[in-house]
Design a protein around this ligand. Structure first.
Ligand code: HEC
Ligand code: HEC
Length: 487
């Protein structure tokens, strides 16, 4: 603002002595100010003219506008933002709460039943399966729910927590956006927690949300003191891009020493379904939504991050607070209070605790990770599903037993089926190689795929049947779902 005023004075002073055209030229030069440059840049950006790696450096951090102004505008915009996302979801999915009460997650939440993704008008899964990828793409017949899913507020992005969680932890409420997917498509909250070291105890969570207040009481006599310290760091809050003390934050109250904890998203070492945008893509329109991954079973995994393939849990733990917490923006990280973790005494302790997190028990599986033939006869739906999984449906190529992951990234080349298109400010384009997530405990972690675009297991089977061009029939699909419910 100040520079602007100075500029105005300069504009009028020389007009007393020099011709108007020169004055205008001088004026436009002298009235240049950082804020004007930023305005012009953002105009250019809307035309996608100037590529920038600095989308996240908010004007408000540079003193251009106040927290109160931004919050007032964000609050006023919020109903429109949420209505637009709701419309997109309704176009893509049947959002009604269909669940199977006989099949539950560990603590009793019924699993959602689909397929929820809607077919294009006049299509059936069978007619769609008869078409080639080229034909589906050219005719625009790929189900909308199979396209990459935008973040509820793509151009701002950042962590968005679920309503179930905000109810218990009101500090996680943002004023500019709410979580978008209905609760029946999410993991149970809080979820159970299993330790590889104390399998005898079963669920060690006591049905509670593990926090900085109760972790000592819950894990006393279960973890050693080093791991208790690791656990303390996993439930401790640190400043983050949207939850901090600067005028650029999206939480109403300034959070000075607070922010978010690892276990805010990876609730009880599993996932709440909180969503985010991947940190390492620019421009903002191309960043992918990412559904919080479960940390159950990271001990048998070799790559971390759906698209980053960091090589150890230690690396990912450091990466979270140095990069992911600040949306991959090292400039505002410094302003907001980055908390570099010490590798030997903090990262190592935190990683060690993560390595103890086990998958939920799968009583139907034998030691080889396959269905126990004493429990499942050859004619059961589950056994037929297993046969398909390891045979005609080709699932085991990338999801081999016993842990149902090849520990690699694979490129499903889903873009064979759709043209690049923009929805709610997100460019749905080629996704490239993605981590092959493990399928152990899979019924407890909807929604599926890296961005959570598939709400149910039925949707994953329809999706893979189409994308791998398997032409599975209705019975095959039922059998595959029945098998995956046992994993
Ligand atoms: C939004 C809340 C959020 C917070 C807070 C958070 N994470 Fe994550 N975490 C995610 C998301 C989302 C992913 C998936 C990243 C991807 O798909 O690339 C992830 C991935 C991971 C992974 C890789 C898992 C895998 O299967 O590849 C590890 C390990 C991890 N986080 C550990 C941590 C630790 C340790 C902390 C605290 C320092 C933390 N996270 C804090 C959301 C969060
Ligand atoms: C070519 C390798 C490949 C084959 C074959 C394959 N998958 Fe996958 N699977 C992947 C990859 C890669 C992902 C992650 C994709 C993403 O997130 O965009 C994935 C994700 C999944 C998920 C979601 C996991 C999660 O945590 O969100 C399910 C369920 C799944 N696959 C089931 C199957 C089934 C059933 C089959 C066989 C019909 C199958 N897959 C065949 C590579 C494969």
């Amino acid at each position: 603002m100040q520079t602007g005023n100075k500029g105005r004075i300069w504009r009028w002073l020389p007009s007393l002595v020099v011709p108007t055209s020169l004055v205008l030229l001088a004026a436009s030069y002298l009235t240049w100010s950082p804020s004007r440059a930023a305005d012009e840049k953002s105009k250019d950006k809307s035309k996608d003219a100037t590529p920038t790696s600095y989308d996240q450096v908010a004007p408000v951090l540079l003193g251009q506008g106040t927290f109160q102004d931004v919050m007032a505008k964000d609050k006023a915009d919020k109903p429109t933002v949420m209505a637009r996302q709701k419309k997109l979801l309704e176009e893509r999915y049947d959002l009604s709460p269909r669940v199977d009460k006989t099949v539950t997650m560990t603590r009793g939440k019924p699993i959602p039943v689909g397929p929820a993704a809607l077919l294009p008008k006049g299509m059936t899964w069978e007619t769609l399966a008869q078409m080639s990828p080229d034909e589906v793409r050219e005719k625009g017949l790929f189900p909308m729910g199979y396209l990459p899913l935008p973040h509820p507020k793509q151009l701002v992005g950042g962590m968005v927590f679920t309503q179930a969680q905000i109810k218990q932890l009101p500090r996680l409420q943002r004023f500019d956006v709410d979580f978008d997917l209905p609760d029946h498509f999410l993991p149970e909250f809080p979820p159970a927690m299993f330790l590889t070291t104390r399998k005898d105890l079963g669920d060690v969570s006591q049905g509670k949300l593990i926090t900085v207040e109760n972790f000592q009481q819950i894990f006393a006599g279960i973890l050693n003191s080093k791991d208790l310290e690791g656990m303390r760091l996993l439930v401790a809050q640190f400043p983050q891009q949207q939850f901090n003390a600067t005028a650029d934050r999206k939480a109403e109250q300034p959070l000075g020493m607070q922010g978010v904890a690892c276990f805010d998203c990876h609730v009880n070492g599993h996932t709440s379904g909180a969503t985010h945008l991947v940190g390492d893509i620019r421009p903002q329109s191309h960043r992918r939504r990412i559904d919080t991954t479960s940390l159950r079973g990271v001990n048998i995994q070799r790559l971390f991050g759906s698209q980053r393939a960091l090589k150890s849990v230690e690396d990912f733990t450091e990466f979270e607070q140095r990069a992911a917490y600040f949306d991959g923006d090292i400039l505002s990280a410094a302003a907001k209070g980055i908390n570099p973790l010490e590798r030997g005494s903090q990262v190592h302790f935190m990683a060690e605790v993560q390595e103890l997190l086990d998958f939920p028990p799968a009583p139907g599986l034998g030691v080889d990770g396959l269905l126990d033939p004493k429990k499942f006869g050859p004619d059961t739906l589950e056994m037929q599903g297993q046969k398909l999984f390891f045979g005609k449906a080709q699932c085991s190529t990338c999801h081999p037993a016993p842990f149902y992951t090849d520990n690699l990234m694979n490129d499903l080349k889903v873009e064979r089926f759709y043209k690049t298109q923009t929805h709610n400010d997100m460019v749905a384009t080629v996704q490239g190689p993605i981590k092959t997530f493990t399928l152990r405990g899979i019924k407890e972690s909807p929604p599926y795929l890296h961005d959570g675009r598939l709400p149910t297991l039925e949707d994953t089977v329809e999706f893979f049947s189409l994308v791998l061009e398997l032409k599975l029939d209705a019975h095959d699909k039922k059998a595959l779902v029945a098998f995956m419910r046992q994993l």
